[in-house]
Design a protein around this ligand. Sequence first.
Ligand code: ADP
Ligand code: MG
Length: 659
Amino acid sequence: MHEADTGAAPLIALEGVTRTYISGEETVTVLRGLDLSIMAGEMVAIVGASGSGKSTLMNILGCLDRPSSGRYRVAGRDVAQLSADELAGLRRAHFGFVFQRYNLLPELSALGNVEMPAIYAGLAPSVRRTRAAALLGRLGMASRLAHRPGQLSGGQQQRVSIARALMNDAEVILADEPTGALDRQSGEEVLKILDELNAEGRTVVIVTHDMNVAARARRIIEIDDGRIVDDRLTGPARVPPPVSSETPAMVPPRWRQRLDPFREAFRMALMSMNAHRLRTGLTMLGIVIGVASVVCVVALGEGSRQRVLANISALGTNTIEIFAGKDFGDTRSGRITTLVAADADQLARQPYVAAATPTVSTQSTVRLGAKEANALVNGVSESYFAAKGTKLARGRFFDATSVASRALDVVIDENTRKALFDAAGVEPIGAVVLIGTVPARVVGVIQPQQGGFGSSQNLSLYLPYTTVQTRILGTTALRSITLKIKDDVDSAYAAQAVTQFLTQRHGAKDFFILNTDDIRRTITSTTQTMTLLIAAIAVISLVVGGIGVMNIMLVSVSERVGEIGVRMAVGARPSDILQQFLTEAVMVCLLGGATGVGLALAFGAAFALAGSTFTLVYSSGSILLALACSSFIGVAFGYLPARSAARLDPVTALTNSRQ
Ligand code: ADP
Ligand code: MG
């Protein structure tokens, strides 16, 4: 009807549009075949009783909703053909919504709310801030830029929402009962603003049930029960002036279009985390504990590995121990008497051997005056100390002469010195101790070895092996032979050669060999296995933490449905919403991860302060991995909530927000 008047193509054209809702078994038809066209520059009032379908129509006009059947064309484009992103583009650039309940985001200032549509349009921050401030200033809100919606009156909030609708220079303003929640005077002001916007050349569609309000429009459409029952002109339509010149220069570079929503998502994430500090903290807890335990466990594993390896090198590098018996578990090894001093002599002559020192050992009491203790008595040769890398604290080692003459010389360790001499205040060197019933003169005290195997509480005595064999044990058998291999010889090769040599000599393999390389390898792989095992447990706790994050994020999404609806209404693409929630999940996890790492470092520092024998060795690799892991958990467990947010239907989201 009206298009016939002017002959131009309508801006908005509905043909036979219906909208039905399916609720449960029932199908509710809200719009029943609407035909309507609106020309650019018109000011149209839609009136009708409550429940007649006005809001449903507005949502379709604004591309928040789609018709169930019929055709809707915006500037000639059929919306049925458009993707979700293209619809978002229309909402962003062509339509500006003004709602009865304003629908401002409570965490944002007036300025922040007005700016929002421009963020999704990719406008530079400085430009959009200036423009938002100018729009608010024009609507008489210059002194309220930093106020939150809660600090503004209804009329002021509605002006903020109008400024927001104008932010991207919308051609069409869709106002759904904009004065419904306002007092008369504020309502009047809002209507005046809408009138001015129409005078500028913008198309204004306003829903109202107030006939006074409707009278301001030059065309009134009345809806009853989903049908247009009246469509009349009350005044001449304005001739639209040329397109407003204040259109912002808006062709932002692509990188900005990509980067800006990300920065905004980051800012929003911080804001919402800050708004729900307790909840955020509790959400993080699982991640904090998980990351802290992973980092600690890995550090502890690395610490103990390094420690054990250091102990092994303290045992002397490139040494081979030959024991009597078939294996460690051989219970007869004490009674096997095939390993003798002559073996050591022969081995010492082998080209790959630097030194061979026979050892015997036994447990015995050691006494000085009234003091008595149990000690491990080692019978060794003079080369033993050099082979083991043992260092003297005082005195001297016994020498080859002592070994040959079965001298009663004893070298004691630090534990023995403490146990026997400390309390008595006797100078150890030169003192005579009783080993069992055998008296021996102390010639040297050795420095405590770094850790070493077995308990550090053990007392150890070292005597010439000949002395121990004849005076204490009464046997010529050896417990073991310690070989020091020449530096340029491979220890595996040496072990093989020793095995061959001794097997030939004894006619059977009645001994076994341990070399430090084997021990080192075994210990490294054992600690690695342990670390892996415990880290796996820690990873499980991380996963549990991630599920916690997912849980809370899902709750957060349903709590923030309104916000999501508003963002979609001003033109956020589903991908923008996805990005926002994903960013938030990642930030929560990353912050949790960083806190966890901090906690682990603090734990290590506390351990060091307490003088514990455990050392935690942190590697930047494990810390980076923990952080990477927590971001990954954020993405993995944040994805589902973020997707459910992005998939929300804009109308449903907005409707729920109005509760
Ligand atoms: P108005 O804005 O004119 O008051 P609405 O367009 O909001 O009316 O609603 C029209 C009718 O559609 C109402 O009867 C309402 O109950 C129904 N309706 C609106 N949204 C839904 C929905 N999501 N599901 C089912 N019925 C709905
Ligand atoms: Mg309504």
